[in-house]
Ligand binder design. Sequence first.
Ligand SMILES: *Cc1c(COP(=O)(O)O)cnc(C)c1O
Length: 356
Amino acid sequence: MSRPIEAVIHSNALAHNYQVIKQRAPNARAFAVIKANGYGHGAARVVAALRNADGFAILEFGTALQLRQQGITQPILLLEGVFSRDELQQCAQHNIMLAIHQAQHLDWLRDTPLNAPVDVFLKLNTGMNRLGFVAESAPAIVDQLRAMPNVASVTLMTHFATADEPEKGIAKQWHRFQTVTADLDCPRSLANSAAVFAYPEVHADWVRPGIALYGSSPFAHLSAADLGLQAAMTLRSRIIAVQHLQAGDTVGYGATFTADREMRIGVVACGYADGYPRHAPTGTPVIVAGQTTRILGRVSMDMLCVDLTDIPQAQIDSEVELWGAHLSIDAVAQAAGTIAYELMCAITQRVSIRLD
Ligand SMILES: *Cc1c(COP(=O)(O)O)cnc(C)c1O
């Protein structure tokens, strides 16, 4: 037997979550966002689970090409666009849609001889101040794009900074987007996961859900279960050693946890080199042999410790769920002071991935 940690990817949950999103945004098409290796789930596995999705959105050019080579025929959108004329030419050859967000992209589109025209998503900066043309320049740029034989179609796109926070909302960005695009006859794409659930008025033509597909809630005030979402990944391992502590004994590096009575603890084959967050403190939830307990002391590179005092049936080889079907990844992320996005993406190479 090999080291027992594994990430199990639940294909049915991915398909279910995509359907939940489609029901929330019934009049939009939905790009399944599969950047960062499908938020750590494996881009190819996610595509296989969602083979009837309306389209896929991704950042990594090589993975986009691979999907085409594997025979995926749906629209594929490059969310950050291309980084060279050569990539632009390959988009034309393989029918890959691309975001454009800065002046050089316009130059490349204007004067690169392409084999076929491309579909572009004109990214407008309405307040996020990360990528995008100044929103007010939209009409002039759309005019330029429409004059280019290399451009088959133009979709207007923006991205919200605070769709997940009800107190901040999207009003300012949404108003600016509407104002600058009012006279433009183009399809539109605005909504990330949070906006799919919170703001039906911005569903428009294409929504772009990521985190919700994977069964995590984009909101602090609503759980994934509240939204009808199911965990797409279970990270699990096993107990590989058991220790008995006396009052005063400590656990792990830094001796940050001290037993105040007799305790039984388990050592789990999972550490930060597997992607488990090192900052998860004592008290972070974990399930051992079907029972919820807590981690104890510092997470180390290859191991972490859990409290077995009230789980007498737990022993070496008992199953441990770090997060997943029975323990929300959002709860673990919150305990560790981070977000589920980061935990999903952090799963490392040495964790074997299994499909169920
Ligand atoms: C990552 C990304 C999304 C998906 O966001 P979620 O919060 O995961 O739903 C949507 N649009 C763009 C431009 C992105 O980069």
